[in-house]
Design a protein. Structure first.
Length: 501
């Protein structure tokens, strides 16, 4: 493991830290000595069961203008049902690899085979800045390793010369024009070419506007490098919040609306007992903690950290699929537990997780009742559960509970009346042709309507009491097609709670 093709011989291995990391022997470069460029190539093989992260130290002399890294790895055939090779890559500078990311300079995962960093520019996913003298680290992430092992080759090229100037970052404003207290539509899980997406920020912003969105949140995998590239796309009609999709080996979490330039580390598993530290860091940086697609079937996507640190949960991710149905059921079970135990409840939201064509930005979208179109107001609405999720801008809902001297509560609120008080639940819907309406309570589905007319508009009412239903939420489902499973969602609401605490 770790043979250097330039004749540096077999390289030593050093295990570091409790988070399953491995550090190889250093790759050294001479001083410039009149050279314009210098290259080293190293290779090795990682066995099955390798640590999550393998660091290749690179000793950088003074006078370096640019570092460029390219890599390849073998992808041997494997039996059906067996994971093949997948190797991620990133970079840390002379400030080191300590958890927390002080030395972080970029991450591309498996989306790119090469990258560069210099003072005035960097590959998308990486941070421009001086290439300072000292030990840098190429970070390898063996995501999956085939039974034959993972054989890799890394080529490192240093270019010497005078460094350029690093531009001061400019970030989007934290407010847009807005309509005062109103319902605002947003998509808070999106990927551009600054991680593994294929769209530019300009393309995403155009699609967001076409989808009728008022706000979006950037969420690149394990990098904040996109933050400084969204300012030109914001406007009076579109609030752009900044964040990250923290992509661990035990689940993904959207850091929603963090302060500009915030990086959240991802190099830990649930067994390391470190997630709480970084969840608190997200909140200290002004963001919300939103576990993403908790039951997605991709390797490392299943959520293992629990929901004690969450501010909301992404229940619907992209086109509605069986894993979303599982997440919806799990979320509803948590609502029942919160009522039974008298504790706080966890609001739900939906996002597109769009990466490239044909992914649809705004499918689904979270519609939030907020005091204004600002970062804090939108976050307050999401945190309070004053929201519903819709498949498109065409779907609009009004959902209320009324009872006892004309008291009324809306989505995410409590109707504070006695247990035997008659309560009228009312849903007004538009943009949902032929959809059936379910009223779901802590006892399950207690009301199902016939399909709405082909116009997509209609009203459904139901009478209940707080003693019969501790909460009520609404689901709009498309007609079931060819199977007994529930129809795909067109929309769903967060609950209205009934009765006194």
């Amino acid at each position: 493991m770790g043979e250097d093709k330039k004749g540096f011989g077999r390289r030593a291995l050093f295990v570091t830290g409790a988070a399953a990391a491995l550090t190889l022997g250093s790759v050294s470069f001479a001083a410039a000595d009149g050279q314009n460029e210098e290259t080293r190539t190293v290779s090795g093989t990682l066995p099955p069961g390798s640590p999550d992260f393998v660091y290749v130290p690179v000793d950088i002399p003074s006078g370096v203008r640019e570092i460029k890294v390219s890599y390849t790895y073998e992808r041997p055939s494997v039996p059906a049902g067996t994971a093949g090779n997948a190797l991620d890559i990133g970079l840390f500078d002379q400030h080191g690899t300590e958890l927390g990311g002080r030395g972080f300079r970029g991450w591309s995962g498996g989306a790119r085979t090469e990258f560069f960093v210099r003072a005035d520019d960097a590959t998308p996913g990486y941070l421009p800045g001086p290439v300072g003298a000292g030990t840098w680290y190429i970070a390898l992430g063996p995501y999956t390793v085939a039974p034959q092992g993972l054989t890799y080759e890394i080529t490192i090229t240093l270019t010497y010369g005078e460094a350029g100037e690093t531009a001061r970052p400019v970030y989007p404003p934290q407010r847009a024009k807005g309509r005062g207290r109103a319902w605002y539509r947003g998509d808070c899980h999106l990927h551009s070419w600054y991680s593994d997406g294929r769209r530019t920020p300009a393309e995403i912003a155009a699609l967001a506007r076409a989808a009728g969105l008022d706000f979006i949140n950037t969420s690149e995998h394990n990098t904040h490098s996109a933050h400084a590239h969204w300012a030109d796309e914001a406007g009076d009609d579109l609030l752009i919040m900044l964040g990250e999709e923290v992509t661990t080996r035990n689940g993904h979490v959207v850091a929603l609306g963090t302060d500009p330039g915030t990086f959240i580390d991802w190099r830990y598993r649930a067994r390391d007992n470190r997630f709480g530290r970084f969840a608190r860091e997200i909140r200290r940086s002004g963001g919300l903690v939103v576990p993403a697609h908790p039951h997605a079937t991709c390797v490392g996507c299943g959520w293992k950290f629990g929901f004690g640190e969450a501010d909301a949960v992404e229940v619907w991710n992209g086109p509605y699929t069986p894993d979303d149905e599982v997440t919806l059921a799990e979320w509803d079970n948590q609502l029942v537990a919160s009522v039974r135990e008298g504790r706080d409840w966890l609001p739900a939201m939906g996002n597109s997780d769009a990466h490239r064509d044909p992914d649809v930005v705004g499918l689904p979208q979270t519609v939030v009742l907020a005091e204004d179109l600002t970062r804090e107001a939108i976050q307050d609405g999401i945190r309070a559960g004053r929201s519903y999720v819709a498949e498109s801008k065409n779907v609009s809902l009004t959902f209320t509970a009324t009872g006892g001297r004309a008291r009324q509560a809306g989505i995410g609120e409590r109707l504070d009346v006695d247990a035997d008080t008659p309560v009228t639940i009312r849903l007004e819907a538009s943009g949902a042709p032929r959809c059936a309406v379910n009223f779901v309570t802590d006892q399950g589905v207690l009301k199902t309507s016939g399909p709405l007319p082909v116009t997509g508009s209609g009203v459904v009412e139901w009478q209940t009491t707080p003693s019969y239903a501790a909460y009520v939420r609404a689901e709009l489902r498309h007609e079931t097609a060819l199977c007994p499973l529930p129809g795909a969602l067109a929309a769903f609401t967060n609950p209205i709670f009934l009765g006194r605490r």
